[in-house]
Design a protein around this ligand. Structure first.
Ligand SMILES: Cc1cc2nc3c(=O)[nH]c(=O)nc-3n(C[C@H](O)[C@H](O)[C@H](O)COP(=O)(O)O)c2cc1C
Length: 173
């Protein structure tokens, strides 16, 4: 397969998914800042992973700055979000973060559940979650925001792996 996995992660959830994807598909996993024209010319597709913080993808600015290069390629996005994702907000995250030129019918986007472990968070990030928990009125959501939660599981990447494999078969035919 001629593809690359690019990702940005703050506490490792997105990195874990990127490594599983790279290993299973036997693709190089690189920092987006390492992407250059030579690497890009040699690949048929990119798998791009990024987590979301307060509605912003960690790769938001990078996507905007690199859209002219990315629009030539088949793109698969995986967006790592809250451990219990609220799908009602996913459309907004896409619209706010991924440049319109990259949102073609052929662009695949999946949301994968992430994790938060309070002792690993920066003081600011820990405070943000605590403030969200305080403001939350739904008791179940309040409890979820108040404790460690880890939903990162390899099984969640199965659909993405299938999509990449079937794209690759289609271009080899
Ligand atoms: C301060 C903070 C803000 C977050 N904001 C959002 C958010 O707006 N939407 C969401 O779905 N998840 C949000 N999350 C959950 C993260 O996306 C999740 O913890 C993810 O696994 C982080 O992945 P990373 O370790 O690869 O950066 C937030 C987490 C933290 C700690």
């Amino acid at each position: 397969m001629n593809g690359l996995v690019l990702y940005r992660s703050r506490y490792g959830a997105t990195r874990q998914y990127a490594e599983w994807i790279g290993t299973d598909l036997r693709l190089p996993v690189i920092d987006p800042d390492m992407l250059n024209d030579q690497l890009l010319a040699g690949c048929d597709f990119l798998v791009i992973g990024t987590s979301v913080y307060l509605g912003d993808l960690l790769l938001k600015a990078w996507l905007k700055g690199n859209k002219h290069r990315l629009e030539q390629k088949k793109l698969f996005f995986f967006i790592v979000c809250a451990p219990s994702p609220d799908a009602s907000g996913h459309g907004q995250i896409i619209m706010d973060n991924i440049p319109g030129d990259l949102l073609r019918p052929s662009t695949d986007i999946v949301f994968l559940p992430g994790r938060w472990i309070f002792r690993q968070l920066s003081p600011t990030d820990g405070r943000v979650l605590k403030e969200k928990a305080l403001a939350e009125t739904d008791p179940a959501k309040k409890a979820a925001l108040s404790q460690d939660s880890d939903a990162v599981k390899k099984e969640h990447i199965a659909g993405l792996l299938d999509a990449v494999r079937s794209f690759n078969q289609s271009i080899e035919m």
